[in-house]
Design a binder for this molecule. Structure first.
Ligand code: SF4
Length: 397
């Protein structure tokens, strides 16, 4: 299962606070979980005494926003994502985590994750990035999109005050990643664009400690910040939601073109990139749309960008559709294969042969996967062990 659409019963990978437990119970479990983590690792960050109580001094969680301009009458215009929100004094932008205070614009989620977890990198999914390793994964509240199928709506569609959080500054994230044997930090679960400053500084702190960073994003972001981000991180996985403006407008409340532009910038930057396409029955699964999608990828990004066609499960506001038939995913893969893309995967179907990686030259299986489990890797020095063909990706820590 990838992170953006999986069966509800697999919520065990989400924080306990998100599972509809009564507040007192949630607090108890959260405290227990944190205590357990500390006992395993020793103290590696300073958690405020009132973490999770919603009464914390918010001054330690705010930082001036990176991309905005000041306007007249104490208004500001945010330039982080294509929404370009214009915000009055004491108001917030669409994502709910950025606030105008007396004409200066602030992020309210700096060092303020509401969840963290150690995940297999395959869960992101990133299949050509340090396979069979772990990623220390963090998220905050908020999002700049409203996907009707969002798996993590309990954190993405709320403000920072509506979900418990902890104080975890950038160097604390890097230190935690090292303590839990994670060669990478993942910014994930919600849309990390909206905690851009925290992500950027954490990536820098990670590199100082020898830890890489991977971004799991819908890439609904402006050009300048995506270019800056691409300089700071080691991989960006983009959820390309559809290949139509209508779907972006109706199902996720965004736009397609800025996402395509971001993908081109990511490609130009040279940072490792993979694409996930969640195939939603009847909404974005036509032959015509998939053909347009894979042709655009081939022409603009090249055939080596891995694309994952993943299975949709009904949830959140989109419960009226069935799970994606496996035959539909196989049809999408066949279209991408026919276009000449080299690494076409099927996701959220554990045990499917298209979870594994095959050398595009000799056809041999070079990484064997079953769900998140990797059993064999036949890549040596970035090349197929059988025929020596270079396999694109990040293979060494
Ligand atoms: S990042 Fe948030 S405040 Fe800024 S433009 Fe996007 S939605 Fe609006």
């Amino acid at each position: 299962m990838d992170e953006h659409n999986q069966k509800p019963e697999l919520y065990d990978l989400l924080p306990l606070t998100l599972q509809g437990l009564p507040l007192k119970r949630r607090r108890f479990l959260k405290t227990s979980a944190l205590a357990g983590l500390g006992a395993l690792s020793g103290t590696f960050w300073a958690m405020p005494a009132n973490a999770g109580e919603g009464k914390k001094d918010d001054r330690k969680f705010i930082a001036e926003a990176a991309y905005y301009e000041k306007l007249q009458h104490k208004q500001v215009r945010c330039k982080l994502c294509p929404r370009h929100c214009v915000i009055d004094d004491r108001e917030r932008g669409y994502c709910g985590v950025r606030e105008n205070r007396n004409g200066t614009y602030y992020t309210l989620v700096y060092s303020r994750p509401c969840t963290y977890h150690v995940d297999p990198i395959e869960k992101k999914p990133l299949f050509h990035f340090l396979p069979a390793t772990l990623a220390f994964s963090i998220a905050t509240a908020g999002c700049n999109l409203n996907c009707k199928f969002c798996q993590n709506w309990q954190i993405s569609q709320v403000t920072p005050e509506q979900v418990p959080s902890i104080y975890l500054p950038p160097d604390g994230v890097a230190e935690a990643a090292k303590k839990y044997h994670c060669p990478s930090i993942a910014y994930t679960y919600n849309e990390p664009t909206i905690f851009f400053e925290y992500m950027r500084d954490t990536a820098r702190a990670g590199h100082e400690q020898g830890v890489k960073s991977v971004v799991i994003s819908a890439a609904y972001i402006e050009q300048e910040p995506i270019r800056e981000l691409a300089e700071e991180v080691d991989a960006i996985k983009v959820d390309l939601k559809a290949f139509s403006d209508t779907y972006y407008k109706d199902i996720v409340r965004g736009e397609l073109k800025p996402v395509l532009d971001a993908l081109v910038s990511i490609k130009k930057s040279g940072v490792w990139n993979e694409i996930v396409y969640l195939v939603v029955p009847t909404l974005n699964d036509s032959d015509q749309e998939i053909k347009g999608l894979v042709k655009w990828i081939n022409q603009n990004l090249g055939p080596d960008v891995p694309i994952h066609f993943t299975r949709f499960y009904p949830q959140y506001l989109l419960k009226n559709l069935p799970p994606t038939p496996v035959s539909t995913l196989e049809r999408c893969k066949a279209i991408a294969d026919a276009e000449g893309l080299h690494y076409v995967y099927i996701g959220n179907v554990p045990g499917h042969p298209a979870e594994s990686t095959y050398c595009p030259h000799c056809g041999k299986k070079i990484i064997t996967r079953n769900g998140f489990v990797v059993s064999d890797i036949f890549i040596v020095n970035g090349r197929c062990k059988f025929c020596g063909t270079p396999i694109p990706g990040v293979w060494k820590e």
